[in-house]
Write a new protein. Structure first.
Length: 750
């Protein structure tokens, strides 16, 4: 609605069938834009007088061309804007503006209102992975040029160029050099992966690829030195390396695109302000006894003691309880608690950061093993059959008296035509198609080895609050429709900066109430009771507990009043995500068992189980993070578990599960540990990823059947002595095209 009111309705046409990012509570959060203001100032100073400054930054939430168009239009409307370039793949934007005219903070706020929070540019956010992807692109570009060069200088020989042609030897030398460079630039990529896997005691798909490359190059070198034309596979070496690199690049780019949609900086604080404006203290340096401030909306990095006056905190991020918890001076504030009061809390550290539960929950997970025993067994069988076939074919021709040259040709040709070229291209394409289709449904895959693990999932474990339920409670009925414009403005002012669950719910409900202006006045908070302010007309507006401002008690969750007279009573309920019962039923009908593990109260979890039609014994409440992790780990059950959670209290259980997913992408913890994350208010993306996995498995099975058939025919031609470099050069692209068509046809609809 906000987009349409701004005259930007074209955004929805450009998005087409893709899922729009939900307007979650993130658009109402206060985000520190001081980094942007400082960066703009530094860029203006660096640009010098008369030059247009330039700045790169991260943008979260880009999913399609409609998002790029919308960001571009918003930037154009800012005073002093010149140009913005948005890279949807990297989640990066580069803007240029007129010095001293551009309001960076206003631009950031406008983007956040539309669901596109921004952060400092993280250089691709890939770390080593980003460097690896850049290196792969470099190899791909070089090998592409070398492959074209090799084919250009090999083609004359295929077209009948005589061996005594004046430039025949020059052409051949160019082919040899191009193939050798392809081997050194691109082939070493696969050699390195294969060697590292073997050192780790496992097998990788790059092993048969490496074997084929080495066999083709070694045979070609022997044929060139010995003058045996039937062994000259130099063009195959270059083209095969290029195609394999292309397939690997497509696969990695699809994953990198989804990883890069997350901001480089999460919602976790790196430093805390010291009292009396004495500067800041790095979180990692906090020691027992240190006093610091928890700003409104700030998180306690360590367990601490409240030193200032009464306050309210939320423990939802830690134990799943959504209700506000009042705190008195001297009370212990657990690590991970969020200050939902309107003013800063002064606290004293009770532990070092490294010793806190929060540090344990947000710690980086150790790299996961990507070994797949089933794939390794298949590779062993495949390699064994290829080597035996090559030896049998070569030996048979040698024993028949055909000579060493012909025997080597048969031996080498078997190794060459048995290279998994079709699978090397088809599997990355399958991944790209599936990932792209899921992306349009609002689901973003972050792990390249997700599919095999997802196929083994037989149970799905959900957290409750924020995962099965919405992030904020739902307002019951339509009490806001009875309010006047002045009353809506007053209520809007009361909840404008509220971090309380009730305040956030009312603020989101007010966002759809049409045009009105928030009233002006300084809001005062009475912790544990409510908030109030005096308007310009002298009226005192209040929102708080029943009986606080009006003196009339009741069963309302909060009361909106003016000068002590009740205007509206509000009731809230914990709301399930849309169609949750239907989605869980669909998952159960697919043969998967559903469980709920929650830190919320046991009674609430049991009531939810009854509402969803789940067995009571499958729904557990009152669990701390370690208990969740132990339950998933028990009896090795994690190997078949998909865990779906949204808070730090789910982090340890995440690490025990085979597959991890989250609907939360603004906290900076679980989304970076997840195998996939999803947008939208519902859970339909989870069923979609299982359906896509089944489709992909079917497509890969069809390609495997074709590849086996192709290899049997090709090896048969090798055994018959009919295989030669020209025929191999024709069969390889034809088989690749056939497998791509199979994949495209099978995955046309998901």
């Amino acid at each position: 609605m906000r987009i349409r009111r701004a005259g930007l309705g074209k955004f929805y046409r450009l998005k087409g069938g893709s899922v729009a990012n939900p307007v979650k509570s993130i658009v109402f959060q206060k985000r520190d834009a001081s980094w942007l203001v400082d960066a703009v100032s530094e860029a203006e100073q660096a640009a010098g007088e008369g030059a247009a400054p330039e700045l790169d930054f991260d943008v979260q939430g880009i999913s399609c061309v409609g998002c790029v168009w919308l960001i571009d239009r918003i930037f154009e409307r800012q005073p002093g804007s010149l140009r913005i370039d948005v890279n949807a793949q990297l989640g990066k934007a580069t803007m240029r503006w007129s010095p001293n005219r551009f309001d960076a903070a206003a631009f950031a706020a406008e983007l956040q209102k539309l669901g596109y929070p921004i952060g400092p540019w993280g250089g691709g956010r890939g770390g080593a992975g980003g460097v690896a992807l850049g290196g792969l692109a470099f190899r791909l570009g070089i090998c592409g040029a070398l492959a074209m060069n090799t084919m250009a200088f090999t083609l004359p020989r295929y077209l009948g160029m005589a061996a005594d042609f004046a430039f025949a030897n020059v052409f051949q030398i160019v082919v040899v050099i191009s193939a050798t460079l392809s081997l050194l630039v691109g082939g070493t990529y696969f050699f390195g992966h294969a060697i590292r896997a073997l050192r780790a005691g496992s097998m990788h798909m790059d092993l048969p690829i490496s074997l084929g490359i080495i066999a083709a190059y070694a045979g070609s070198a022997a044929g060139w030195i010995g003058g045996i034309e039937g062994l000259l596979y130099f063009d195959f070496v270059s083209i095969f390396i290029f195609l394999m690199l292309l397939g690997r690049w497509v696969q990695q780019v699809a994953i990198a695109r989804n990883r890069n949609r997350l901001l480089s900086s999460g919602g976790l604080v790196k430093s805390v302000p010291l009292p009396d404006g004495k500067g800041e203290l790095a979180v990692a340096e906090i020691s027992v006894g240190d006093e610091f401030l928890m700003a409104a909306g700030g998180m306690a990095p360590v367990a601490c003691e409240l030193c200032s006056e009464d306050a309210e905190v939320s423990l939802e991020w830690i134990n799943g309880e959504p209700e506000a918890r009042p705190m008195k001076p001297g009370r212990r504030v657990p690590a991970g608690a969020v200050n939902i009061s309107r003013s800063a809390m002064r606290v004293r550290a009770l532990e070092r950061h490294d010793d806190s539960l929060l540090a344990k929950l947000i710690a980086e997970e150790a790299p996961r093993s990507s070994r797949n025993p089933r794939i390794e067994r298949l590779l062993r069988v495949y390699l064994g059959l290829v080597l035996v076939s090559a030896c049998v074919g070569g030996s048979a021709w040698y024993l028949s008296g055909a000579g060493l040259g012909k025997s080597l040709q048969v031996f080498i040709s078997v190794l060459v035509v048995s290279c998994p070229c079709a699978l090397g291209l088809a599997l990355p394409l399958a991944d790209e198609l599936v990932i792209a289709k899921l992306r349009r449904l609002g689901l973003f895959v972050r792990s390249s080895d997700l599919w095999s693990r997802l196929s083994a999932v037989d149970r799905i474990v959900f957290d409750k609050t924020g995962t099965l339920t919405l992030e904020v409670p739902e307002l019951v009925g339509r009490p806001l429709e009875a309010l006047t414009v002045d009353e809506l403005g007053a209520l809007s002012a009361l909840v404008a900066d509220s971090l309380h669950p009730v305040g956030k719910s009312l603020r989101e409900s007010l966002a759809g109430m049409g045009s009105f202006s928030p009233a002006e006045g300084e809001v005062r908070e009475l912790v544990g009771s409510g908030v109030e302010f005096v308007g310009g007309d002298g009226r005192c507006w209040s929102l708080g507990k029943a009986g606080w401002a009006t003196g009339v008690t009741g069963d309302a969750d909060c009361v909106f009043a003016s000068d002590g007279e009740t205007i509206a009573e509000f009731h809230f309920r914990e709301a399930l995500r849309p169609k949750t019962r239907e989605e869980l039923a669909g998952l159960r009908s697919g043969g998967r068992e559903i469980f709920i593990l929650s830190g919320d109260r046991i009674g609430k979890v049991k009531r939810l189980a009854a509402e969803l039609g789940l067995p009571e014994e499958n729904c557990l409440g009152g669990l701390d993070p370690e208990q969740k992790a132990a339950w998933v780990r028990r009896d090795g059950q994690g190997a078949g578990t998909l865990f779906v959670g949204d808070g730090a209290n789910d982090s340890l259980a995440f690490e025990e599960a085979a597959v991890r997913a989250t609907p939360a992408i603004d906290l900076g913890v679980l989304e970076r540990k997840s195998d996939f994350y999803f947008l939208g208010r519902g859970l339909g993306a989870i069923r979609a990823v299982f359906a896509a996995t089944a489709k992909r498995r079917s497509a890969v099975r069809a390609v495997a059947i074709f590849a086996i058939s192709y290899n049997l025919i090709a090896v048969g031609l090798c055994f018959a002595g009919l295989m030669n470099p020209l025929l191999a050069a024709v069969l390889m692209p034809l088989s690749s095209i056939a497998t791509l068509l199979i994949i495209g046809t099978r995955l046309r609809t998901i």
